[in-house]
Design a protein around this ligand. Structure first.
Ligand code: ADE
Ligand code: ZN
Length: 340
């Protein structure tokens, strides 16, 4: 089944903010191969098709193993720049006008790549995206939660010369068994430095991790958060406080958080008044960029035009932008919706 043509036109026409996007998750197999060739590295698979075939996951960890292996082709500042620019070029096709991009410095510094090369390459790519495609952006540094808090502190110290270029810190990687409490001190230190806070919680981990991301880390936005529905009081709180949940439907199916898109709890989240927006997480690995997330979700869950517009509006309401800019973007969603 395909979405009603009017719905597809609406999805295409709406401006959107991408708020949950791991830049390393945009490495398409073709780019893995071209960067591997440029850097004289074995891509680990005989062909692009063989690599694409490996993008079949049982859970978050089985994905992370492939994702961290793929990132090894990123060696030089220029590689990070090319990856970032390529993502923004693709994002423009889906109506993305603002992107808040995660990066995982420890994935690279752990392999001996200097922090400076990683962040400078990404920042140059973001500048390319603004200049060439008109996409504004923010950068969010994620700590890998399977590593220690001491290692996160070391990464925070490496980030200090670049603080004016970093909007927020986040928390990603293997969730179950790595609760927010493990990183309480380093998030407090990041807040002291003026950084804002987001965190992955309630993807594979329990609803209690969402509570601790809010209360222990000071998260302003929850990445995923779909397991909040296991705790009615938490849902009521999230609705009351209008806490943004950055939901990634294709990711949730690829990593088997839900068996199929038709089983996703997005309609329940919307019905219960939560501030949800749609995002693409690791689009090269999960079968689609932002437009495909909207499209496939609208089809599988029979979303209404109002649901779709709400998700696009919420993406800007949740963005780390000045109030007036946020309001302008929300108005531009409404204008585009009225015209579509
Ligand atoms: N790193 C990249 N994608 C992730 C996800 N969906 N969850 C946790 N860590 C990630
Ligand atoms: Zn994510």
């Amino acid at each position: 089944m395909t979405a009603h043509p009017d719905l597809s036109r609406l999805i295409q026409a709406l401006p959107k903010a991408e708020l949950h996007l791991h830049i390393e998750g945009t490495l398409e197999p073709e780019l893995v191969f071209s960067l591997a060739a440029r850097n004289g590295i074995d891509p680990g698979y005989p062909s692009v098709d063989a690599l694409r075939a490996a993008y079949d996951f049982q859970d978050l960890q089985s994905f992370l193993d492939v994702y961290y292996a793929g990132a090894k082709v990123l060696q030089k500042e220029r590689d990070f720049r090319d990856m970032t620019r390529a993502y923004l070029e693709r994002a423009r096709e889906d109506g993305v006008v603002h992107a808040e991009v995660f990066f995982d410095p420890q994935t690279h510094t752990g392999r001996g790549i200097p922090f400076d090369a990683v962040i400078t390459g990404i920042l140059r790519g973001l500048e390319d995206g603004q200049r060439e495609f008109g996409i504004t952006s923010r950068l969010i540094l994620c700590f890998l939660r399977h590593l220690s808090e001491d290692e996160a502190f070391h990464t925070l110290s490496e980030a200090k010369p670049f603080l004016s270029e970093i909007e927020a810190v986040g928390l990603d990687s293997a969730e179950a068994g790595n609760p927010p409490e493990k990183f309480q001190k380093v998030f407090a230190a990041a807040r002291e430095l003026g950084l804002r806070v987001v965190a992955h919680a309630g993807e594979e981990g329990p609803a209690s991790y969402i509570r601790s991301a809010l209360d222990v880390l000071g998260a302003e936005r929850i990445d995923h958060g779909v397991r909040c529905t296991e705790d009615d009081e938490l849902v009521a709180r999230l609705a009351r406080e209008k806490t943004p949940l950055t939901v990634c439907p294709l990711s949730n199916v690829a990593l088997r958080v839900f068996p199929t898109l038709a089983d996703h709890n997005l309609p329940e989240l919307l019905r219960r008044g939560l501030n949800v927006s749609l995002h693409s997480d690791d689009p090269a690995y999960f079968g689609g960029y932002l437009g495909e997330n909207f499209q496939a979700t609208a089809e599988a869950l029979s979303l209404s035009p109002e649901d779709i517009v709400a998700c696009a509006e919420n993406s800007f309401r949740a963005a780390f932008l000045p109030d007036e800019t946020r309001r302008e973007h929300v108005r531009s969603v409404q204008t585009a919706a009225a015209r579509a």
